[in-house]
Design a protein around this ligand. Structure first.
Ligand code: HEM
Length: 169
């Protein structure tokens, strides 16, 4: 009856990958943009780069993150991937979200306290983003079985809730 829902898997995958490319690309660009902030330079240049970082964070990177998470969550149920590599991936997604919030905090501080606050050197935020991204890509592309690792049953078995459609086995 609800076969059409499964026909949307490729669409959600495209949306997921397009959104995560924008999200991760933006998170890598922002530390480099922040390193160009110089409150001692020309006021007009400072205003432009400050607006650019603010707009990239609020209008591009954050909406892309929300879309990537929504499409990814939907794919978990459509593809029925209740498997260890996905849980490991989600742990690294949490780290990526922490890096996202940290970079947002720097964007706000640079805008509100330009005279007191110098953005950190880009290397630390770049590492905070690239380590989880590389780990996530290894996990989703290699899909390791984690045979030697014992996961609690509640992570691997259905909890008795019912979705409005059948999940493929
Ligand atoms: C809460 C966030 C996320 C969730 C719930 C999620 C979930 C998923 C699911 C269920 C799939 C389909 C897997 C399959 O069809 O076997 C998928 C695919 C994929 N995800 Fe995510 N994901 C999230 C975030 C990310 C992030 C941040 C990245 C990269 C940095 C990423 C990279 C990918 C890639 C490359 C694929 C395609 C893998 C393939 O088809 O072989 N995901 N994701």
């Amino acid at each position: 009856m609800l076969e059409w829902i499964f026909a949307t898997i490729p669409l959600f995958k495209v949306a997921h990958i397009a959104a995560l490319l924008t999200w991760c690309g933006g998170l890598l660009a922002l530390p480099l943009m922040l390193s160009r902030h110089d409150p001692n330079g020309f006021a007009e240049d400072y205003r432009k780069i400050r607006h650019a970082t603010h707009n990239v964070y609020t209008l591009v990177v954050t909406p892309a993150a929300v879309l990537a998470v929504i499409a990814g969550t939907w794919l978990i149920f459509l593809r029925g991937v209740f498997v260890p590599w996905l849980f490991a991936k989600l742990a690294f997604v949490v780290l990526l979200v922490v890096a996202h919030v940290w970079i947002g905090h720097i964007v706000v501080k640079v805008a509100e306290l330009p005279e007191d606050h110098n953005p950190p050197r880009p290397v630390l935020p770049l590492l905070a983003v690239s380590v989880p991204v590389v780990a996530i890509l290894i996990l989703v592309l290699a899909k390791p079985a984690f045979d030697g690792v014992r996961f609690p049953d509640w992570l691997l078995e259905p909890r008795g809730g019912q979705l409005p459609f059948e999940v493929p086995s």
